[in-house]
Ligand binder design. Structure first.
Ligand SMILES: Cc1cc2nc3c(=O)[nH]c(=O)nc-3n(C[C@H](O)[C@H](O)[C@H](O)COP(=O)(O)OP(=O)(O)OC[C@H]3O[C@@H](n4cnc5c(N)ncnc54)[C@H](O)[C@@H]3O)c2cc1C
Length: 439
């Protein structure tokens, strides 16, 4: 079908759906995005608390997220004098009171070797064990003949307690949102390959200076609309039915027909959505087999300055994994965000008790603190799928012609991340455009 006759319905306005929409609109294909919520962004979206624009969860990007970073740049109008929407920090792994790795301005992999060799908090034998592991993994091109867990991988390479507890496990939990004893070593290695092992910029950490809806989905919607596309918010799709001319989409009491569909829903909603389409039973099986992990964010707003040693500080031994100094990141004075990734004992606490615990940890490390004005806990119970070894993930191209799947749970070298979501959306768009789909 010529591109001019295509009209693509994209169901879901998260990062995956909006990446598909931007790529199609860029190539002159008509798109209509349906987003159920009034706010675009899905699991990476703005929430307003006490008049402050925050996120449903504090997100970290890495320099290796090349497609996400490319699309963010593509859709941002970026007047010359505006600050970039992302704060870019060269690799500086700071686990308070335990481990500090800083990568010097050297080409990869020398920057990493130097960071490991000069790691503060670890002894020589631990540093050599880490270097030996990275060298062996590089020789194997970061490929495992058989997937296993991250814990088993660390044991195989005899990693010492400091690097295990304060580098590899926090890195695994942050990147895969899955405890190391359950997490896929292969997915972990894919992240290491493209971040720590690739060019120096790949290991940079990036934190949004704007909220996550303003970072990509909202400017993406402006980009799509400027090219004649539609982005409908607060518009939930209630049914999709294959018909002779393509697909009928029912939303907001009206039915429209499209040539193609990109289903960009969160995985736990996909099965119900596809139940009427028998050709997709294999996808249904894979999606129904997924298990989920939570991510909890705790915001503490103080009535005065609280400055942390770094914009992002890692903690070990308590409930909070990472602390974000929002004043340093984006000028939100006195605001500290804490992230707790994956499952754990923190889930047994009430939200108030959890916020108090994080407050107490902050005070014990960096106190005394100014008066607390307010606190808020946002628990995303199904933040990501559990990144188990050997997990089967559905391809973006389905067995039903012109019906595509986008989302962080679809086939990817990455775990459930913004980059997996964005790449899946681009893959769908490339497939619809008749280009080579692989990314
Ligand atoms: C708290 C938290 C912290 C995270 N931290 C990080 C991080 O640091 N780094 C990182 O890379 N990733 C992180 N992630 C993961 C990342 O946010 C996700 O991988 C990504 O946002 C998934 O995007 P998606 O488009 O695939 O799905 P979603 O964002 O879930 O988008 C699906 C969209 O579909 C919409 N929808 C649902 N039903 C309908 C319907 N019937 N009709 C129309 N629309 C519908 C939803 O409202 C939603 O907007 C985090 C996730 C969470 C929750």
């Amino acid at each position: 079908m010529p591109d001019a006759l295509k009209h693509v319905a994209i169901v879901g306005g998260g990062y995956a759906g909006m990446a598909a929409a931007v790529t199609l609109a860029e190539h002159g294909v008509a798109v209509t995005v349906y987003e159920a919520s009034p706010t675009l962004g899905g699991r990476a979206r703005r929430v307003e608390i006490n008049g402050v624009a925050l996120d449903n969860g504090l997100h970290i990007l890495i320099g290796a997220y090349r497609e996400t970073l490319r699309l963010i740049e593509q859709v941002h109008p970026s007047p010359a004098d505006a600050p970039p929407p992302l704060l870019r920090l060269p690799l500086d792994w700071y686990q308070h009171q335990h481990l500090h790795l800083r990568a010097p301005a050297l080409p990869a992999p020398l920057h990493l070797l130097t960071a490991l060799l000069t790691a503060k908090g670890a002894n020589w034998s631990e540093r050599w064990a880490a270097i030996r592991m990275m060298r062996a993994l590089r020789r194997a091109n970061f490929h495992l003949p058989q997937d296993t867990t991250v814990s088993a991988l660390l044991e195989t390479y005899a990693q010492g307690p400091v690097f295990t507890q304060h580098l590899w496990i926090p890195l695994c939990v942050s990147a895969l949102n899955t405890p190391s004893e359950k997490a896929s070593a292969q997915l972990f290695l894919n992240v290491l390959r493209d971040s720590l092992n690739a060019d120096r910029a790949g290991s940079d950490l990036l934190i949004a200076r704007v909220d996550l809806s303003a970072l990509f989905p909202e400017p993406a919607a402006n980009y799509v609309r400027a090219r004649g596309g539609e982005v409908l918010t607060g518009c939930r799709v209630t049914a999709v039915d294959p018909v002779a001319e393509g697909f009928q989409i029912m939303a907001g009491g009206t039915t429209r027909t499209f040539s193609h569909v990109v289903c960009a829903l969160p995985p736990h909603q996909v099965a119900a959505f596809l139940a009427r389409i028998s050709a997709l039973s294999e996808v249904m099986e894979m999606v129904q087999a997924l298990e989920y992990q939570p991510i909890t964010s705790v915001y503490l707003q103080f009535d005065g300055d609280v400055r942390l040693p770094s914009p992002m500080t890692g903690l070990s031994g308590g409930v909070a994994h990472w602390l974000f100094d929002r004043a340093a990141i984006c000028g939100q004075r006195g605001l500290i965000g804490a992230v707790i990734s994956a499952e754990g004992p923190h889930q047994e606490l009430t939200q108030d008790a959890l916020a108090e615990r994080v407050h107490a940890e902050l005070a014990s490390h960096f106190g005394p603190l100014p008066q607390l004005k307010w606190q808020r806990v946002i628990a995303e119970k199904r933040a990501t799928f559990s990144a188990a070894p050997g997990l089967r993930r559905p391809a973006q191209k389905t067995s039903l012609a012109n019906f595509w799947l986008a989302g962080d749970y679809t086939a990817s070298v990455y775990p459930a991340t913004l980059e997996a979501a964005v790449r899946s959306g681009i893959t769908c768009a490339h497939g619809i455009l008749g280009r080579s789909a692989a990314l």
